[in-house]
Design a protein around this ligand. Structure first.
Ligand code: T4K
Length: 401
């Protein structure tokens, strides 16, 4: 237990953790079941190209999302590209800037232009009023992001999209198993995209999926993710190789088997973090709607520098010295990142404020209650003595210079 600022590892104390504690550590996996599936794949001698395990995974994800179609892919970035390519679009795509760069890069990679809009300061979700304002003659689609697994204002976005006759897609990379008014994420808009990257609550080493009730769209995506084979319509679009392998499907199915247990663990972690940090002035553990289902895969915290006297990045340095790898998801926001920052500058005040305040703390099934108590001990100490930590750090830097 650290009691004074001098105990912090940044100032010479002993690190709270011998081994690094990561955000995004892959969750526990039933190795017996995984190896059983991999053995089956090897016996079956069908390793990719729409293999039986990838198809089984697609059925299970479609059911979870409450839709008719799921196409599993090698990752979510490719899934977003496939979705846009299969929709035969050109022009500008309205999206939030407060997201992982992949959302914007996927759009740009297929020759469209991301147009960034601000978020609702209370939720971090894309602001539907800002979307309505941004629609112009070049707008070809809207992409919402269920940031940190918190669903967007889906009804309001649906309305804006319908008014302007635009397709509405969701980047649901964080949001498998989450609901909005009891309806599962995956069933909103024209189509949604999940990520099954190693760091996600369901992981296929790498992996992604597009889910939709649009049968024609699903058919085109299925063809495009296999070099365009079987396409007659938009065959000019060619195709790519975006398939999920049977090795990934083995992992993804085994991870999906553990989904409920992983979420229970994540939820208990989230509640412990909230209890430990709720009375620290200037810190907010971003809450989840208790009426809805949530996967709790990110524990997201906001820090108010004015109230605490310590900047988010200095707090991350404090944690880093303790061997705790907290992550500023997502900072800088996309509009401040190359190649987008080279364009005409835009100002998105709520996005910029949240991006300066946000960080994610380690969670997942490998993070124990004792780990969380130790992380919270450091966070409480550094934040409650924020001004002292800041001035000591400045002195230290001055002495080193
Ligand atoms: N849209 C959104 C909104 C997204 O957040 C993402 C991805 C995408 C689209 C695209 O999905 P994919 O194409 O990836 O399917 C990580 C992930 O690589 C990325 O998938 C994820 N979002 C993003 C939020 O997080 P980084 O740059 O933070 O990765 P990295 O290597 O720093 O690892 C993150 C943490 O996880 C570290 O603390 C280390 C730990 N880790 C990582 C890996 C790979 C492990 O402990 N074990 C591992 O195997 O992007």
């Amino acid at each position: 237990m650290k009691r004074g600022v001098g105990d912090l590892a940044l100032f010479g104390g002993r690190s709270a953790f011998l081994q690094p504690l990561y955000v995004g550590r892959p969750s526990h996996i039933d190795r017996g079941r995984l190896f059983e599936r991999l053995n089956w794949v090897l016996d079956n001698q069908w390793l990719t190209n729409g293999g039986p395990l990838a198809l089984e995974f697609e059925d299970r994800v479609a059911e979870l999302a409450g839709v008719r179609n799921c196409v599993a892919t090698c990752n979510a970035t490719t899934a977003l590209q496939l979705l846009i390519q299969a929709s035969d679009l050109s022009g500008e795509v309205i999206m939030p800037s407060l997201t992982f760069a992949a959302t914007a890069h996927a759009v740009r990679w297929v020759g469209l232009e991301p147009v960034f809009v601000d978020v609702d300061p209370a939720t971090g979700g894309m602001d539907p009023a800002a979307v309505a304002e941004a629609v112009g003659p070049e707008t070809t689609a809207i992409v919402g992001v269920h940031l940190w697994g918190r669903p967007c204002d889906v009804d309001a976005l649906e309305k804006v999209a319908a008014e302007h006759g635009l397709p509405l897609f969701y980047d649901a990379a964080h949001a498998i198993g989450c609901t909005s008014r009891g309806r599962p994420v995956g069933s909103f808009g024209t189509a949604e995209v999940f990520s099954f990257h190693a760091t996600k609550v369901v992981n296929g080493f790498e992996g992604g999926a597009i889910v939709t009730n649009d049968d024609g769209l699903a058919q085109r995506i299925r063809a495009l993710h296999n070099f365009g084979i079987g396409l007659t319509g938009v065959s000019a679009a060619g195709g790519t190789n975006g398939k999920m392998s049977e090795a990934s499907a083995s992992m993804a199915l085994t991870s999906l088997d553990a989904f409920d247990a992983t979420v229970r663990h994540n939820r208990a972690n989230f509640e412990l973090y909230s209890a430990e940090l709720s009375d620290v002035p200037g810190l907010t553990v971003v809450p989840h709607d208790r009426e809805e289902s949530h996967n709790y895969q990110y524990v997201v915290v906001l820090i108010d520098e004015e109230q605490t006297g310590i900047r988010r990045d200095l707090l991350l340095d404090v944690l880093g010295a303790e061997n705790v790898s907290a992550k500023p998801y997502f900072s800088p926001p996309c509009h401040q990142l190359p190649p987008y920052s080279d364009r005409r500058p835009v100002t998105l005040p709520h996005t910029e404020r949240l991006a300066a305040q946000v960080f994610a703390l380690p969670t997942g099934s490998t993070v124990s209650r004792e780990d969380i108590r130790r992380v919270c001990n450091v966070v409480r100490l550094a934040v409650s003595r924020g001004a002292e930590v800041t001035s000591r750090r400045r002195r230290m830097k001055g002495e080193q210079a």
